[in-house]
Ligand binder design. Sequence first.
Ligand code: HEC
Length: 81
Amino acid sequence: MAVFLLASIFLWACDRGPGENREVEALIKKRCTICHTTERIYKARQGRAWWEQTIDRMIRHGAELTSDERKEIIDFLSQRK
Ligand code: HEC
């Protein structure tokens, strides 16, 4: 029983992180590939301030993001190392 519980907790923990990332990745694919590919996005490894400026520039270019989506994308991209 203890082994089973431990295994479930382990599997649950493994499942969560990547699952949330996949959601943001899908969002990026949907909103950010109208003008360029995701390659341009994923090759940039920058801090939060840079991403905030860049995403706001994308919005000025015409990217359509709600403020929640903007935040999710900035969180995800600036924490990726
Ligand atoms: C309406 C068109 C458009 C959409 C939608 C768009 N972009 Fe861009 N993106 C551009 C243009 C034009 C450039 C090149 C000029 C620039 O850097 O401002 C660019 C450049 C970039 C760069 C390179 C910037 C640099 O300085 O190296 C990144 C990173 C980027 N976009 C991320 C994103 C992300 C993330 C999204 C989704 C939230 C997105 N873009 C959506 C038009 C767009």
